[in-house]
Design a binder for this molecule. Structure first.
Ligand code: FAD
Ligand code: SF4
Length: 470
């Protein structure tokens, strides 16, 4: 019997020298042979640890076994029982902290590439449709309103459409998909995949109405007046935080949200085909250490940045970004400025950004998060010439909807309070999930919350219609 390899089958990717100049996807996926080889590394454990690490409990050995047996579409369908967005999650989930962190194979080598195999199964199924019809309950005549078209809203919409509901999604932006469309760049998550998910929704009869900001154009009580039986709020955490330092309103300082939205959603990178303006800065400073900061820095590089610096006030080990993104950013030549905090943006006489004053830090005692608190080093200030700055230090929930409905319970961060097991809010018929509940989190948690809420909404509508107990 051939010896199992201890290292993971590597995923082919674009050459770092070349990809820094284009927006095409960096990772190229597994071939069937590569996927089979990687699948054969799985021990098909009886009490699989990996499943405990998956926020939505996908039957991981089950789908890997199906790949091994060559039943790849069945593998994709098995994943979809728990996760409605496998092609997305296979690409962007932080697997190294979740399922793969607990994989027993890691004791003797690399953990099984669960995310890579999930991506393979989802892409294969999309490329080789076998005509298996999606199971749909007969139409039941009840309308459901979903507010927000990110992973949480998309999941609720598809699940309830399949249960026979007439689902309408209301999206404030001109394009649907939430962060998948406006935040995560093409080189990490091709928009064709998001389009595929939206086409799937359309095939289920879901109507998506863009450019409708609920709380401004229409209110939730008005949606009930229009006949919707229940409402799901999946409005995400799209309100950028700022540094609060002098000079932040100079020309050339962007929030990551604005920068990435211009680039992704309004295709500024596709100039002159699209005419959205964006800074093609030569010397760019990005602030933050998460996925949003990595995406901003790597976008700036592709938009022509000669020197793209990433300022993070802690050290590399504490960066919350996915390991793979940090590795790719490394390969692409991002200039790391660890243990450095911005102090002031300096402008020229026309109000245009020209430099940054920053402060070197060292790690002191642990703070309330358990991480060592960065403290300034005396005499550690210095000035760097820059022409573009992108602030990616986190997002809060957007208050437009919650302000329009003050009776909806929120916590001190403005997040909607729900019953965890159902997504039920304190207001009758209103459910919520995703980042608007948890604060900025992950795609899989948002999709999982959507599935939980969809089941609870179905029970709720049954109850108000037929008096069936919850
Ligand atoms: P969102 O995706 O934020 O969608 C909410 C939608 O609601 C938006 O389209 C918004 O326009 C709309 N909306 C808001 N208010 C209203 C209103 N009043 N009326 C109508 N519509 C409204 N997670 C990962 O797991 N892996 C990653 O690699 C990763 N990278 C990321 C990179 C970036 C740049 C960002 C910003 C986030 C990233 N995340 C990542 C986080 C992840 O994308 C989010 O946790 C997830 O998208 C949350 O889903 P959601 O459905 O709750 O909200
Ligand atoms: Fe396979 Fe690792 Fe999960 Fe075991 S823990 S079933 S080896 S993926």
């Amino acid at each position: 019997m051939p010896q199992k390899r201890s290292t993971r089958v590597p995923m082919r990717s674009q050459d770092p020298e070349i990809r820094g100049g284009n927006f095409l996807e960096v990772n190229l996926g597994y071939s069937e042979e590569e996927a089979l080889e990687e699948a054969s590394r799985c021990l098909m454990c009886r009490g699989p640890q990996c499943v405990k690490g998956c926020p939505v409990g996908i039957d991981i050995p089950g789908f890997i076994r199906l790949i091994k047996e060559g039943r790849i579409n069945d593998a994709a369908r098995l994943i979809k029982k728990k996760n409605s967005l496998p092609a997305v999650c296979g690409r962007v989930c932080p697997q190294e902290e979740q399922c793969e962190a607990l994989c027993v194979v890691a004791k003797k080598g690399d953990p099984v590439g669960i995310g890579n195999l999930e991506r393979f199964a989802a892409d294969y199924e999309a490329a080789h449709p076998d005509g298996t019809a999606v199971e749909m309950a007969p139409e039941n005549g009840h309308g459901i309103a979903v507010i927000g078209s990110g992973p949480a809203g998309l999941t609720v919409a598809s699940d309830l459409a399949r249960k026979g509901y007439r689902v309408t999604v209301f999206e404030g932006l001109h394009k649907a998909g939430g962060v998948l469309a406006y935040g995560i760049p093409e080189f990490r998550l091709p928009k064709a995949i998001v389009e595929r998910e939206l086409e799937y929704l359309a095939s289920l009869g879901v109507e998506i109405r863009c450019n409708i900001l609920v709380g401004a154009s229409i209110t939730i009580p008005e949606l009930f007046d229009e006949g919707y039986r229940a409402v799901f709020v999946g409005t995400g955490a799209g309100l950028p935080r700022f540094l609060g330092i002098p000079g932040e309103n100079l020309n050339g300082v962007y929030s990551a949200n604005e920068y990435l939205t211009r680039s992704n959603l309004m295709r500024a990178y596709d100039f002159p085909e699209a005419d959205t303006p964006i800074s093609h800065g030569a010397r760019v400073a990005v602030f933050g250490g998460g996925n949003v900061a990595m995406d901003s820095a790597r976008t700036a590089l592709r938009l022509g940045g000669k020197e793209v610096m990433l300022f993070y006030r802690r050290s590399r080990e504490e960066m919350p970004a996915r390991k793979e993104e940090v590795h790719h950013a490394d390969q692409e030549g991002i200039n790391w400025q660890f243990l450095t905090a911005p102090v002031e943006f300096i402008g020229d006489e026309k109000g245009r950004l020209k430099a940054l004053r920053s402060q070197r830090m060292e790690l002191g005692e642990p703070d309330e998060s358990g991480r060592r608190r960065p403290v300034p080093i005396q005499g550690g200030e210095f000035v760097t010439e820059i022409d573009t700055a992108i602030v990616a230090i986190g997002n809060d929930s957007n208050p437009i909807l919650t302000r329009s409905m003050p009776e909806l319970d929120t916590n001190r961060w403005g997040n909607i309070v729900v019953e965890e097991a159902t997504g039920r809010t304190n207001c009758r018929g209103i459910f919520a999930g995703g980042d608007i509940v948890t604060g900025a989190a992950t795609v899989i948690l948002a999709a999982g919350a959507g599935r939980t809420a969809a089941n609870a909404m179905h029970e709720y509508v049954q109850w108000i219609t037929w008096g069936e107990p919850l």
